[in-house]
Design a protein around this ligand. Structure first.
Ligand code: HEC
Length: 160
């Protein structure tokens, strides 16, 4: 390969790089509405968020976690236990557990938990709304299609 060819090949590589990196991120399906995620946020912060934290990052029993463990009700503190560990509901660890499951499966999982920690104003859509909020916290975007108990999309296909 002579010098001109090398320069030409390098030029192709560079322009290819710009074409690839200049593209918008791959479009992910939108499987819930903004209204569902907002109702879910309110319900979540009412109960779940006190333990799993409002940032959904969970607890490791370390100082500085908000809200402070000692500010929670005795029943909540007892449930969490002396280790102070509460699993995250957003981020890589959560997605490693839930990425290959369906949105409907996640709703069903939340449905098991909600009766123990019923948010104020709970109704039959609360688990669906909380799921929408949790998906949003994991990078999914809201759209015009409402989430339902039969939404079959995989969690990893809609989150980032
Ligand atoms: C009193 C504190 C507390 C509250 C309130 C609470 N959780 Fe939890 N949650 C925990 C703890 C602690 C665990 C881990 C328990 C275990 O694994 O046995 C957990 C586990 C979970 C898990 C399993 C996570 C995983 O990766 O396996 C989900 C899902 C969950 N909670 C959802 C919710 C939702 C939704 C709400 C609100 C309706 C809620 N939790 C309210 C403390 C709480």
């Amino acid at each position: 390969m002579n010098y001109k060819r090398i320069v030409f090949a390098a030029g192709l590589l560079v322009s290819g790089f710009f074409v690839l990196s200049g593209q918008p991120p791959e479009e992910k399906a939108a499987i819930f509405t903004a209204a569902q995620a907002e109702a879910g946020r309110v319900a979540f912060e009412n109960t779940c968020g006190q333990c799993h934290t409002p940032t959904l990052t969970g607890r490791k029993g370390e100082p500085g976690e908000v809200p402070a463990l000692t500010s929670l009700s005795p029943a909540y503190q007892k449930f969490i236990g002396p280790r102070g560990y509460v699993p995250p509901l957003a981020g890589p660890f959560f997605l490693s557990r839930w990425g290959s499951k369906t949105a409907a499966g996640l709703i069903a999982r939340f449905e098991e938990t909600i009766p123990y920690f019923p948010p104020a104003g709970m109704n039959d859509q609360t688990s669906v709304n909380i799921t929408a909020y949790v998906l949003q916290a994991n990078g999914a975007t809201a759209g015009t299609t409402p989430l339902t108990r039969s939404t079959g999309a995989l969690v990893r296909a809609v989150t980032r």
